[in-house]
Design a protein around this ligand. Structure first.
Ligand code: ZN
Length: 68
């Protein structure tokens, strides 16, 4: 390749393709139990179900503190 006349300006380096790859493309599937969007291969964060059974406790708004 012939010599470049100018090096790429800093304003252009930020918009190069590799610089714009998404770091964390979040994939979701519908939970078969509660139909919420959840991560595949993870227990549902809403109902705690995975593979047809409850494997984790779902998120509880009262978790972490005790008030009857
Ligand atoms: Zn669910």
């Amino acid at each position: 390749m012939a010599n470049l006349k100018w090096k790429t300006p800093r304003s252009k380096t930020r918009s190069r393709r590799a610089a714009n790859w998404k770091l964390n493309p979040v994939t979701t599937v519908d939970c078969p139990q509660c139909k919420q969007a959840k991560r595949p291969h993870f227990a549902c964060q809403f109902c705690g179900f995975y593979n047809g059974r409850q494997v984790v406790q779902p998120k509880d708004p009262h978790a972490g503190h005790d008030h009857g």
